[in-house]
Design a protein around this ligand. Structure first.
Ligand code: NAD
Length: 470
């Protein structure tokens, strides 16, 4: 049976309202789920607040056991999770399974974290200790491109640090979060984990709620700005993982065919709906034509299909609004560049767009300046590497980026000059949980992952002691 109930105060409950969920591969609803009203939002926050002191008092080791149990329960039904993820989000089943397994590892990683007090200074006269206390209620607000892993990414650190949580997924992809809620209901003490579903109408109330101590948000920069402003009155702790427009810079000493395949995968994974996807390519003039034609061959040959079908490489885009937005980018590409492959919608039901490669497009075209968030890739030429670096940096976003280099030292030199949170050299999307990740400029504030990401769910508390007796 498909999950459909909210999780409030330890109980799975019907929503005051209902919400239809559409399968992007068909464009038709496949589930009707509970949707909360403002009163249920209040109940969820109140139950998280009431549960917070008891959960905080348990200590890391005991909390870790609960998180490990959740990871085990998810693993026991990982096939169902992956299928549900593909059906609600569109990505090919293999990618969905990768996301689910990644989320399980993530929960286990956080289950093993411990935060013992640290002695910052110890002399004959003085001892200074820092320990970390939880913040209270965390609102976890997530987008529709990774509806499984974005939730575990926030649940893991929030809960191990001793906070309680109210999770709210994007309304077009509520299913995996609801299924996590079903399992969590049988594992966690009442109120520690709450899940509500909305129709883009409760995020503002949740993120500005006076009893929410921290908002951990992943989504668009526009919404991130609203959350930042909404938190100002209470000085909420806020982590914002926002949009990106990541450049790939291809140096002149690479094998163009090998790199084209990496670029294609980096741009088209999850139908391009990855915050850290390659969203624009700058290739050296000496290899530009070959890179463009290799990318076009890969695009022409890619299998675009319902992610549940064997062999599908690229699924539909996730929702109608995004599909319509991408139609605008296709028009812009046709008007301002040369479309080498794709450039059209597929003639079938569902939100399918042919993978599209665009060359000879100006840097000020919309497709280059804005985040397209779809399978449409612009490829630009450069002669001078400093010019490529300047063009890559000339953007409001600064989330990720990749450098492709025959000589790795040259690659590192270029990577050091890219103004982004993470820059990979000769690889892409490697995001170990113990390494901090996040954006510069308009791509966000704060970090997830690493100690920095974990500590962002805590309040540092310093105790400064004079050793001499009074
Ligand atoms: P979105 O901002 O439209 O929605 C994200 C979430 O915010 C949803 O749950 C939505 O219901 C909620 N929301 C809407 N209005 C709100 C408000 N006023 N206050 C609080 N919450 C509100 O984003 P999206 O379209 O779902 O996701 C795509 C975007 O997410 C892209 O820009 C992508 O780059 C970004 N993203 C970033 C990362 C990252 O780690 N940096 C990861 C994935 C996606």
């Amino acid at each position: 049976m498909l999950p459909s109930k909210l999780l409030i105060n330890g109980a799975l409950v019907e929503g005051a309202l209902k919400l239809e969920v559409v399968n992007p591969a068909t464009g038709h609803p496949f589930a009707t789920v509970s949707r909360a009203d403002a009163g249920q939002l209040e109940e969820a926050v109140a139950s998280a607040k009431a549960a917070a002191p008891g959960w905080a008092a348990l200590g890391c080791a005991a909390r870790g056991e609960y998180l490990a149990k959740l990871a085990d329960a998810i693993e026991a039904s990982k096939d169902d999770f992956a299928k549900l993820l593909t059906t609600e989000q569109g990505k090919p089943l293999k990618q969905a399974m990768g996301e689910v397994i990644g989320g399980i590892y993530q929960l286990r990683h956080y289950a093993a974290q411990r935060m013992e007090p640290v002695t910052l200074r110890e002399t004959d006269a003085v001892r200074i200790i820092e320990h970390r206390t939880p913040l209270g209620v965390v609102a976890a607000i997530t987008p529709w491109n990774f509806p499984f892993m974005m939730v575990t990414q926030k649940m893991g650190p929030a809960l191990i640090a001793g906070n309680t949580i109210v999770a709210k997924p994007a309304p077009t992809t509520p299913m995996c979060t609801l299924k996590i809620a079903e399992l969590a209901a049988n594992i966690f003490p009442a109120g520690v984990v709450n899940v509500i579903i909305d129709n883009n109408d409760l995020g503002a109330a949740l993120s500005s709620h006076p009893d929410v101590a921290k908002v951990s948000f992943t989504g668009s920069t526009g919404t991130g700005r609203k959350i930042f402003a909404a938190g100002a009155d209470d000085l909420k702790r806020i982590t914002l993982e926002l949009g990106g427009n990541d450049a790939a810079i291809v140096l002149d000493d690479v094998d163009p065919k090998a790199v084209a395949s990496k670029l294609f995968n980096g741009a088209m994974v999850n139908a391009g709906q990855v915050c850290l996807a390659i969203k624009r390519v700058y290739a050296h003039a000496s290899i530009y034509d070959e890179i463009c034609s290799e990318l076009a061959i890969l695009a022409e040959n890619a299998v675009v299909d319902d992610g549940l079908n064997q062999g599908a490489q690229i699924g539909p885009v996730q929702n109608k609004m995004q599909y319509e937005k991408l139609c605008g980018f296709l028009e812009d590409a046709a008007a301002n560049g040369t479309i080498l492959a794709g450039g059209k919608l597929l003639d079938r039901e569902g939100y399918f767009i042919a993978p599209t490669i665009v060359r000879d497009i100006a840097d000020d075209a919309r497709l280059v300046r804005e985040e397209q968030f779809g399978p449409v890739l612009p490829v630009m030429k450069y002669d001078d590497i400093d010019d490529a670096i300047a063009r890559a940096n000339d953007n409001e976003y600064g989330l990720g980026g990749t450098i492709w280099a025959g000589n790795v030292d040259r690659g590192i030199e270029v990577a050091m000059k890219i103004d982004s949170g993470t820059v990979w050299v000769n690889k892409h999307l490697d995001l170990p949980f113990d390494i901090p990740f996040g954006g510069s400029k308009q791509s966000g504030i704060g970090r997830e992952g690493g100690d920095e990401g974990l500590f962002a769910y805590t309040q540092p508390h310093v105790v400064n002691i004079a050793k001499a007796a009074i």
